[in-house]
Design a protein around this ligand. Sequence first.
Ligand code: SF4
Length: 281
Amino acid sequence: MAQGASPNQEERRRIAREDVERYRAEGLPPRLSFGAMFAHTAALRGILERQDDPERGARLAHAFHEGFERSMAHAPRESRIACSAGCSMCCHNLILLTAPEVFAIAGEIAGREDAQASMTAVARGALAGKGLDSDARLERRLACPMLASDLCSIYGVRPIACRGFFSLSLEACQAVFAGHGENIPAWRLAMVLRGMHDRCMAAAIKGAGLSHRSIEMTQALTTAFAAPDAQARWLAGEDVFAAAMAEPDPEHDDDPHEELLLDVLIAGAAGKPLPENPWTE
Ligand code: SF4
């Protein structure tokens, strides 16, 4: 036992060490673990520090998605998931994402033979959805422009917002889609894991001095298509997607704890003393 450490402290350190080992093999555990989140934030931040890689923004998004998929693959299974291929009701929502995810999608689309058609569809979607929230989009049956024959045409690079939602009731989805339902029971564990991954990603971006606010997908993609140097400018610190910024989320954006949590993750990932906070000792 380290000198001065109480049995409880030593036990917590042991659990933190095990969490980091487990993170390396299986992703984040399905419960709050600062040790694992520090390790994940550090891994993501390391990608942004590769100054000689002009694609490190998009690469960060791939690591963000892979990390989430790894965590999900090792999470306890949920037998009640109602989602299946070809069911696309949730693809009529407002999709918020991070700037690196925009670069990953823009890069994927730009490399396709039908890139121009996809860019035109995105521009139309951006125009039709400008200023609309999820409810208004649902009311208008405004589908995501990436949806093709009820399947996601960018499945491999779809944002974490799409990866992290699993309905537990097809009937509830149908009722909401038809305009007479309010709540869809979701797989809570996936939402918890998504929240932890979101915060590690936001901390990695914030720690590099870049904008970590959520942006709306179609507006941001339109900007990225129009400016081939958007990734370089964002990496240089310019807030290139300011016009696509999501409306502040009253649950998170105005909560001072959210920024404090990111600052704790930034410090922990760098092995520095943590700012005073209510979660760690
Ligand atoms: S990106 Fe793909 S999964 Fe996400 S809303 Fe659009 S079509 Fe659906």
